[in-house]
Design a protein around this ligand. Sequence first.
Ligand code: COS
Length: 384
Amino acid sequence: MALDPETFDQLRDNVRRFVRERLVPHEAAVDEANEIPAAVIEEMRGLGLYGLTIPPEFGGLGLNSAEEVQIAFELGWTSPAFRSAFGTNVGIGSQGIVLDGTDAQRQHYLPRLASGEITSSFALTEPDSGSDAGALRTSARHDGDDYVINGTKRFITNAPRAGLFTLMARTNADEKGARGVSAFLVEAPRPGLSIGKPDRKMGQHGSLTADVVFADCRVPASALLGGVEGQGFKTAMKVLDRGRLHIAAVASGVAERLIHDSTRYAIERQQFGKPIGEFQLVQAMLADSRTESYAARTMIMDAARRRDACEDVTEDIACCKLFASEMVGRVADRAVQIHGGSGYIADHGIERFYRDVRLFRLYEGTSEIQRIIIARSMIKRASA
Ligand code: COS
């Protein structure tokens, strides 16, 4: 369901102003402290950012995909860590419940996720199961009215803040692949669930990831997402489809910021008696970045609109995630080059974005996984 155009424009303007006036000034401090100030988180709650995609009947704004990606473009104007604070509630931590939850699960959790009262996390990756998500080993054994969970999840975004995990675990030990996997809604804290120390990452400081360890952790049978076993992998894949489109849009937003900063610098910085923007080799870098960013935005808007029209866009979303995440890496590299020595020095913020954007090519499916999804789908279509 879409907002009326006037309300949506107002939301987008508010988010744009918030990002540029409130978040941008905190970028360097958040990178340094690896922490987002509590007051900023509170403002995000107030703006409704935690509930962007949660249906209005559960207290969210219910943005469709075309609206969501336009907001994500705006969010990309600043350090991606800010978006991560509420990004799991918008995407991978809520959409499993929206898509496949029971009515009771939706009613119980979605309002609290939409308001930001609780932060959610998506626990799929394990020490020995990353790209091969269907090989996960965390087990959930039925025991009376409960399930007993054992295993370790790795690199889990927002784990240290999370009050709710969408956990993928194997309920059928005899089924080694994707069909043996079920999804659970695990509330935290609880006995048997512990969170590791936050990971020390290359970039995106302020976005916290950690191990989540389950040791005979008991959850009631009602925690089984949708009340059906064996559907967890499919739920995860559907959730990642929407998540990957969102990440592609954020990556494009960061590209726009880097292009803006690079263009300003090219106008202001003088060498050989004139602004470096007058040199054609610098112009070429600006033009290449602009062209690639425009291409990414266009394909993301197209995939989003077609997703809203209920077309199967898994392949197209993988194209968007692949192209946008690789594109912003090239744009960040050119931004460092245009800024010269200043691009390498922390004071100017360009090296921070250079580190931050590297993650876009890894999380929610590596570039290699996106290529596999695209090529498999092409071959399936051509063979049909
Ligand atoms: N939507 C709905 N269902 C999907 C789907 C999607 N996008 N993708 C796959 N499925 C279904 C398949 O249709 C299949 O169903 P059936 O068993 O009924 O045929 C089932 O899920 C298994 O799919 P598939 O055989 O393609 O699984 P694979 O083990 O080959 O894995 C990839 C597929 C590689 C694409 C998957 O493991 C993946 O996305 N890996 C990356 C994980 C990831 O992104 N991790 C990041 C961490 S989360 S931040």
